[in-house]
Design a protein around this ligand. Structure first.
Ligand SMILES: C[S@@+](CC[C@H](N)C(=O)[O-])C[C@H]1O[C@@H](n2cnc3c(N)ncnc32)[C@H](O)[C@@H]1O
Length: 344
């Protein structure tokens, strides 16, 4: 396969600061995926030759987690950034995990490229049954210039009975981060990662990445799961590269954030059915999980489901949602521009 050109405006960030880059195998999103499969696509769990793609795998920590939770699956990590893939391959070697990593740009059609690289069978283009059973893409599609194109390209590499696990930013949940970014943009260049991170810390512009934020996340995880793996948490806390995380949050050169209604429109025109929020993703998914107050419950139950999603993200200051999609018919123009609030 010819090397794709990395035209993504996120290239300078992830080349300088490959994400997450700490080399700690994480199983959280793999466990969330397993729960989603149990609930929404149980037949896939017992499939002998399960094929999973991790789109935008970064430095491979979560891809390695997939290999731990699905030891018999064939797992492929896909990313556009060579520096990240290099670290991902080293992590897989070190952890003795059988993983394949491929350089691919998900903002472009990728099916032919994956067939040419023998990641998918030669007939996958004409025969959807030869495509991936499961695709996961955590924190990636909102960084594409056109996220709808990403949803559409993932649609082209999944089987018709497959399941797609995806995490994208919520505009209501990220309201504070967006305000801080606006401020920084007025006096610091977008690529001054170090100075921007220092400014956030010294001027205490945000509670994100502070001890309080960490404790709140911990509380949410204890309440809504998935259960902690203590050693993973400790190792991530010790090895976490602060500059990488702060820059990903406050200085990403390209990001979109969504109201849930906007996402539903993208799913409809890129060929996806919304199957449900991840049951355990550090957020409640039903009014009953959120509150026992009868008045609040009545008000929440009366809301349209998409507004409930925005409201819960707002309440918990959750950067985004993890949810599941099932392939459906493509009914619109997937190339329409995606979000009004793009920063690319
Ligand atoms: C925030 S990181 C997420 C990494 C990983 N999914 C995780 O959760 O740890 C975003 C990743 O998306 C990748 N990415 C951005 N644009 C991409 C594209 N067009 N095609 C493939 N990967 C892309 C970046 O290189 C980066 O590794």
């Amino acid at each position: 396969m010819g090397e794709p050109t990395n035209r993504s405006s996120t290239a300078p960030l992830y080349t300088q600061l490959p994400y997450p880059g700490d080399g700690v195998v994480r199983t959280t999103s793999a466990r969330i995926l397993r729960e989603g499969m149990r609930r929404l696509a149980p037949a896939l769990l017992s499939k002998a030759d399960l094929r999973i793609a991790d789109v935008g795998c970064g430095t491979g920590e979560a891809t390695a987690g997939l290999a731990r939770i699905f030891p018999n699956a064939r797992i492929v990590g896909i990313d556009v950034n060579p520096a990240s893939l290099e670290l991902a391959r080293r992590l897989a070697d070190r952890s003795k995990l059988n993983l394949t990593f491929v350089r691919c740009d998900i903002s472009e059609p990728v099916l032919d490229a994956l067939c040419a690289a023998s990641v998918l069978g030669r007939n996958a283009a004409s025969n959807p049954a030869e495509r991936f059973d499961v695709v996961t893409s955590m924190g990636v599609l909102h960084h594409l210039a056109d996220p709808a194109a990403g949803f559409s390209h993932v649609r082209s590499i999944i089987r018709e009975d497959g399941l797609f696990q995806v995490y994208v930013y919520s505009r209501t949940g990220r309201r504070e981060v967006l305000a801080v970014r606006d401020l920084l943009d007025r006096f610091l260049p977008a690529d001054a990662f170090d100075r921007r991170a220092r400014t956030v810390r010294v001027l205490r512009l945000s509670r994100k990445h502070t001890l309080i934020d960490g404790l709140q996340t911990l509380r949410r995880r204890l309440r809504f799961g998935p259960p902690f793996r203590l050693m993973e948490i400790i190792r991530v806390a010790l090895r976490r590269n602060r500059l990488t995380h702060v820059s990903d949050t406050f200085s990403n050169p390209c990001e979109h954030s969504f109201l849930f209604e906007e996402l539903l429109a993208i799913f409809a025109r890129t060929g996806w059915d919304f199957a449900g929020l991840a049951k355990r993703g550090g957020l409640p998914v039903t009014p009953e999980e959120h509150t026992r107050d009868p008045q609040a419950l009545e008000a929440l139950r009366a809301l349209p489901p998409a507004v409930l999603c925005d409201l819960l993200a707002f309440h918990y200051r959750a950067a985004g949602w993890t949810f599941f999609l099932r392939p459906a018919e493509v009914v619109g123009d997937a190339t329409e521009s995606a979000s009004r609030l793009a920063r690319c």
